[in-house]
Design a protein around this ligand. Sequence first.
Ligand SMILES: [Zn+2]
Length: 192
Amino acid sequence: MSACENPLCSNELETIPGHRARRYCSDACKQTAYRLRQDEAARQTEERARQELKQQEMEALRDVYGDLLPGTIDFFYHLGQRGHSHLVQSIGWVIRAERDHALQSEDQERSQLIEEIMMLGERMGYSGMTLGRLANCAGPGDFAILGGVDCWSKFVSHASREMLRQARDTAYYHVEGYQKSRQRLKELSKQS
Ligand SMILES: [Zn+2]
């Protein structure tokens, strides 16, 4: 016994010895099964076309609003599908402005840090200093600025923001220590 291959039919088929096993219980079932296969193929073609169109629309969104996160692109796509294109446009420009602003303040912070570091460096005679253990591309390791103004400028022009912050803090403590020890020396020399 085997089942009729029309998914909508639950008839069992009797296998007659010496005969080729039948697949359908009737011609009607055979036709139904054929029609269902055709429908499924058409549905898949339609789904592929829909996916392709979605892909194209997402690319277009990316062209206009820049490299957004996939979730944001998806969100925009669905808003657009519901007829809220004007909303997509407004949100898109808001995101763009926020991103530009963030990039700009990052640049500003960077140049401010560099300025501070070079000023502190000048006060400590651009002497070498260790910056503690920071993760770099080779894993965590010691970072150091070697002595000399050339080394300091080279360092600040290549360092990440995190490294710059650490360099600024370290230089700050160095300068403080430097001042304190000079102060102490002065006091000691006065005493003698
Ligand atoms: Zn059947």
